[in-house]
Design a protein around this ligand. Structure first.
Ligand SMILES: O=C(O)CCC(=O)C(=O)O
Ligand SMILES: [Fe+2]
Length: 301
């Protein structure tokens, strides 16, 4: 296990008892972080270190934290204001903590590569996911893929082709009424959401606002078409990019244990919840941190 010297801040922060231990899971993405108790308030130093680790590894895993939904919310709040999801149910009295419970919602389409909430103008910056109840059969892993690694691996010619393109992202692609409009109440919420959130345009290549790195920013969950090219070209490009973005080389797979936490940078990653355990039940809570408006390589901050 590697110990990053960067993170030994015992002299600068004498109140930090433990240096963090960081174990990288793959070159492109993912690290396990030990030496922090997420149920406790973070010092500013620790918060900054975790932010830096997030920028470097894109998804961080913390084992067996067993934080309550309130503690999960308070941890996420260190990194920004929190999002309220228009569709998913939430933990009673904790509206920022959504409940992903296979017994309550049809979540099969989380087994589709997606970046959370790109149907909004300012998609979330990051998210914190906690495993509450896992299938007794095993399974239910989650996979994340790095948009920066995917972009870097494209040919120069394709990078030049897509650098200035934009694409449409549409809420209804992953939230069809067949699954999210089954009752009158669901349909009311769905219609309100669709009316308030018409399709939005985002750059196909997103510049990370903190690292300045380019990342592929289309996802199968919400991206419907590339703007200003004919539909055949849009389909062909998207199908190639969706496939390329999710190659094993750019991804990491997490095998959950109850109480684990994943914390990901939603600006330059996408993820996929493996659907291999039904009819067993699986329950997760997610707290999501607000982000900013994506910009492309030609646009600047
Ligand atoms: O259930 C999971 O593993 C991931 C679900 C998901 O897509 C999310 O929390 O954003
Ligand atoms: Fe998601």
């Amino acid at each position: 296990m590697a110990v990053s010297p960067l993170l030994d801040h015992s002299s600068a922060f004498p109140h930090v008892a433990n240096a963090l231990h960081v174990e990288r899971l793959s070159p492109a993405i993912g690290a396990v972080v030990e030496g922090v108790d997420l149920s406790q308030p973070l010092t500013l130093g620790l918060r900054d270190d975790l932010n830096e680790l997030l920028l470097r590894h894109q998804v961080l895993f913390f084992r067996k934290q067993n934080v309550s939904p309130v503690q999960q919310r308070d941890f996420a709040r260190n990194f920004g204001e929190l999002h309220r999801h228009p569709i998913f149910p939430f933990v009673p009295d904790v509206p920022e903590a959504i409940v992903l419970d296979t017994a309550k919602n049809d979540l099969r389409d989380n087994a589709l590569w997606h970046t959370d909430v790109t149907f909004e103008q300012e998609p979330p910056k990051a998210a914190v996911l906690a495993a509450r109840l896992l299938p007794e059969t095993g399974g239910g892993d989650t996979i994340w893929a790095s948009g920066t690694a995917a972009y870097d691996a494209l040919s120069d010619g394709l990078k030049t082709r897509i650098d200035l393109l934009t694409a449409q992202h549409d809420f209804t692609k992953s939230f069809p009424t067949s699954r999210f409009g089954r009752t009158e109440e669901e349909l009311r919420k769905w219609t309100e959401t669709r009316n308030a959130r018409p399709p939005v345009t985002h750059p196909v290549v997103r510049v990370h606002p903190e690292t300045g790195k380019n990342a592929l920013f289309v996802n199968e969950g919400f991206t419907t078409e590339i703007n200003d090219v004919d539909s055949g070209e849009s389909q062909a490009l998207l199908s190639y990019l969706f496939h390329h973005a999710t190659k094993p080389e750019f991804s990491v797979r997490w095998r959950w244990e109850e109480g684990d936490i994943a914390f990901w940078d939603n600006r330059i990653t996408q993820h996929y919840a493996v659907d291999d355990y039904r009819p067993a039940r699986r329950v997760m809570n997610r707290v999501t941190i607000l982000g900013d408006r994506p910009f492309g390589p030609s646009q600047g901050g």
